[in-house]
Design a binder for this molecule. Structure first.
Ligand code: BTN
Length: 267
């Protein structure tokens, strides 16, 4: 275990309502139909099993019953314009990344908001926002974290769990509380107009933030480095010839080495 103390952030946060379900279709879908009480600043729904867990695009999210964290956080951010949606995405990814850091080194954020351990995916997120005019009224941050699953059967190319990394099972709830607390703290900072530290921490946490790597866009594969992730969420890649190109989500893919379980290092 890394040096940072787990105890403080692993206490259950107070202003947040936690709803635990044995089974649900999808925690995101559950929260879309949920009406919070007036004093509820954040609602977290977590389920032992989702019958229709949704991933990005048309993908299904694989999660063995009772083994992992599959949860959604409903929040009502203040001071976030619709055009700044990406700030919330940064905050969510960062909350997951920073919650995993105390368990192991090698955690990073793969643009836009997957969380990786080296070249393997440990967490994915699905964000759904509701707008009110030019502002964000509410957002649902649906998060799957692979915690104690050791065999993955879907065609996801590179899943990994904390248990596979550490060689032992991990208690799920303290990790859940840590994500919720960190996200709440970041939303408070955003509400106070102090979002620069979130942007800086996100950029410093990026997977492949240094060096030339392989990507593919509609014209084929190419080598590039990350020049920046803009505030609107576009990634700007610098090609080998120095040319800069900005991409929206799904316009470019990272070419990631395929999973080789024999190369996994156990602590
Ligand atoms: C991805 O494809 O990377 C996004 C995966 C998001 C999965 C989580 S699990 C909890 C929440 N409920 C869902 O149906 N999906 C998200």
């Amino acid at each position: 275990m890394a040096t940072e103390s787990l105890t403080e952030l692993q206490n259950k946060p107070s202003q947040t309502r936690f709803i635990h379900l044995d089974c649900v279709d999808s925690t995101n879908t559950f929260l879309r139909q949920y009406h919070p009480q007036a004093d509820e600043t954040m609602t977290v729904t977590w389920a032992d099993f989702q019958t229709a867990g949704r991933g990005q695009g048309k993908n299904h999210w694989e999660s063995e019953s009772g083994k992992n964290l599959t949860f959604s956080i409903l929040a009502h951010p203040t001071n976030v314009k619709a055009s700044e949606q990406y700030l919330l995405s940064m905050a969510g990814a960062l909350a997951v990344k920073q919650s995993l850091d105390p368990y192991t080194s090698g955690i990073s954020i793969k643009w836009p908001n997957d969380v990786y351990w080296h070249d393997l995916k440990i967490s994915g997120t699905l964000i759904e926002t509701t707008l009110s005019g030019a502002s964000i009224r509410s957002f649902i941050f649906g998060i799957g974290i692979n915690v104690n699953q050791t065999h993955f059967t879907s065609d996801a190319p590179n899943p990994v769990s904390l248990c596979q990394i550490l060689g032992h099972e991990v208690e799920r709830e303290p990790l859940l509380w840590s994500v919720a607390k960190r996200l709440q703290t970041m939303l408070d900072s955003i509400a106070e107009g102090k979002a620069d530290s979130i942007r800086a921490a996100y950029r410093a946490s990026l997977y492949r933030r240094e060096g030339l790597h392989r990507y593919v866009d509609k014209d084929g594969p190419f080598m590039a480095s990350i020049a920046e992730v803009a505030d609107d969420g576009h990634i700007v890649l610098r090609r080998e010839d120095g040319r800069l190109q900005a991409y929206a989500f799904k316009e470019v893919a990272f070419v990631v080495p395929s999973k080789q379980t024999d190369k996994l290092s156990f602590k």
